[in-house]
Write a protein that binds this ligand. Structure first.
Ligand code: AMP
Ligand code: FES
Ligand code: ZN
Ligand code: ZN
Length: 288
């Protein structure tokens, strides 16, 4: 198959693009994300997991950083998951070296005397989610970052929305979206998801054609398999990027109306002082 613009060999069949035009397509979407939200002159912390998505966004932001006056640093959380965490850490280190960006590492077992492997298998993934959200926010807040950047993509958002709808978790559903605002008074650093309108396949191709370091080893705590299975089914139903985007946009406009009518409640954890809707936050309860 040939590129629709220049007749070179296509690397991305869906849009019929060669390497050069695929890179332009990808970068254009990242720029559009920053332009539409008027994001510039920012200190950003990119949370890197070693996986393709966060590696792709780190690489892409590093390419456009001067145009938007972005100061970039990377953060990797070592959650003490046997072998897996070590291997991901190595990839994060290689990525940092390749891009010339500072890598911060939090060694969770060392600092908190708890690792994800300590939890019962049924809780490990949910504890891991809490650890990531909490520790990434805390690091970003204490080091004065304007936003955290994550590698969440269109397929992640679609899965998140569908899964929460199916489980009637409407509260979680309200937390999703392409950006969350920074609220310094609440000790909350906002999140940017520049891959929000790009698919998993697109970030994989981006990493491969640009030789960006990433690992595709799976976390041994199996819960991810539910996600993988559901994503496969969703890909059959939503068989184009446009359909996925339309669905997400519809959900977002319903959410917007709802949120405008209902202001959220928030207070601070009695133990650590970070925001929560409970007396003691979930992170502090898990650490105990
Ligand atoms: P996941 O929660 O594994 O779906 O990952 C979603 C995003 O969270 C990734 O794209 C990264 O930006 C971030 N992330 C996941 N795991 C880590 C980690 N161990 N350290 C830092 N950031 C992470
Ligand atoms: Fe968090 Fe697997 S339990 S990555
Ligand atoms: Zn081309
Ligand atoms: Zn707490």
């Amino acid at each position: 198959m040939k590129c629709k613009f220049c007749r070179n060999k296509a690397v991305y069949a869906e849009e019929r693009l060669c390497k050069e035009h695929f890179n332009k397509y990808f970068e254009k979407r990242i720029r559009k994300y920053f332009d539409s939200l008027r994001l510039k002159n920012l200190k950003l912390l990119i949370a890197v997991s070693g996986g393709k998505d966060s590696s792709a966004i780190a690489y892409s932001l590093n390419q456009i950083k001067d145009d938007y006056n972005l100061t970039l640093e990377l953060l990797y959380l070592d959650l003490g998951i046997k072998d897996y965490s070590q291997s991901c850490k190595k990839t994060a280190m290689l990525l940092s070296e390749t891009l010339g960006l500072k890598l911060n590492i939090i060694d969770v077992p060392k600092e908190y005397h708890k690792s994800i492997d300590d939890f019962d298998e049924n809780y490990s993934c949910s504890a891991c989610g809490t650890f990531k959200r909490y520790l990434i926010n805390k690091f970003a807040f204490e080091n004065n970052f304007d936003y955290v950047v994550t590698g969440h993509n269109l397929d992640d958002e679609l899965f998140f929305v569908m899964n929460n709808l199916l489980n009637r978790n409407t509260e979680y559903l309200l937390r999703s979206g392409k950006l969350t605002e920074t609220k310094k008074q609440l000790k909350l650093v906002g999140r940017l998801k520049p891959l929000y309108y790009l698919t998993e396949k697109e970030s994989l191709i981006f990493c491969i054609v640009n030789k960006i370091p990433f690992t595709n080893i799976e976390c041994p705590h199996g819960n991810n398999s539910t996600q993988l299975r559901m994503k496969k089914k969703l890909n059959e139903f939503f068989d184009s990027r446009a359909k996925k985007i339309n669905f997400i946009k519809s959900i977002n406009s319903i959410k917007k109306e709802y949120l405008e009518q209902n202001k959220e409640l928030m207070n601070f954890c009695e133990e650590c002082g970070y925001p929560t809707n409970d007396k003691v936050c979930r992170f502090c309860r898990l650490i105990k």
